[in-house]
Write a protein that binds this ligand. Sequence first.
Ligand code: ZN
Length: 249
Amino acid sequence: MTDQNTKEIQKLRSFLKQSSRAVVFTGAGISTESGVSDYRSKGGIWDRFQPVTIQEFLADEEKRREYWHRKKEMFTEMKDAKPNAGHEAIARLEKLGKLIGVITQNIDGLHQMAGNQKVLELHGTNRETICLACARTGPFESVYQRLLQGDEIPLCRDCRGFLKPNTISFGQALVVEVLNLAIEWARNSDLMLAVGSTLVVEPAASFPRLAKRAGANLVIINRDPTPLDSLADLVLHGTAGPILAEAIG
Ligand code: ZN
């Protein structure tokens, strides 16, 4: 921790002290600290390979095989991932009664594992599979076992429909109810902590803006600069886990 960071952490502490309606918005950066790859970043799975859209998944058996092949890689990584100091600090904020909730772009379920109950997953979750025909959901572990046993395109055991992780795929719209609630949380917050997000794509970038416009303090914690840094009341460039652990305790 540098001296500069110490000063900034004190400022973050004082923002947290004043706040009773904080919202935490998280992106891939917090997950990479738990060893979960940033799939959309440079060198990530979706950078190395053309993403499979939902339309291709539905129409083409070869695309379904390719899709599941990559999901198997993701599941392998995710099954051993544990929440890190950043997730745990955010969970403490909820226990302290300071948090409206967490809005996340991540699909690894690590916030819930850390103990957060109020979590909006904008892109859905990899922890669960859903049948695209009968909508039956199940834990990812059982499908993961089938993948390991050589089932390349797992089908629903009830109706033989296509199974898919319960995520928002490329070419699929976000869930309107989830998005609307996230917007409401941002508008009602008195402190917005944006953690581990590049804040480049929409709607990610809109939550800090909405909160700021509604009078909240905006704090950005990210390894690299973001386009919204100039709008923020406080910017911390560094690793989120140690920073949050230090500020929240
Ligand atoms: Zn089914």
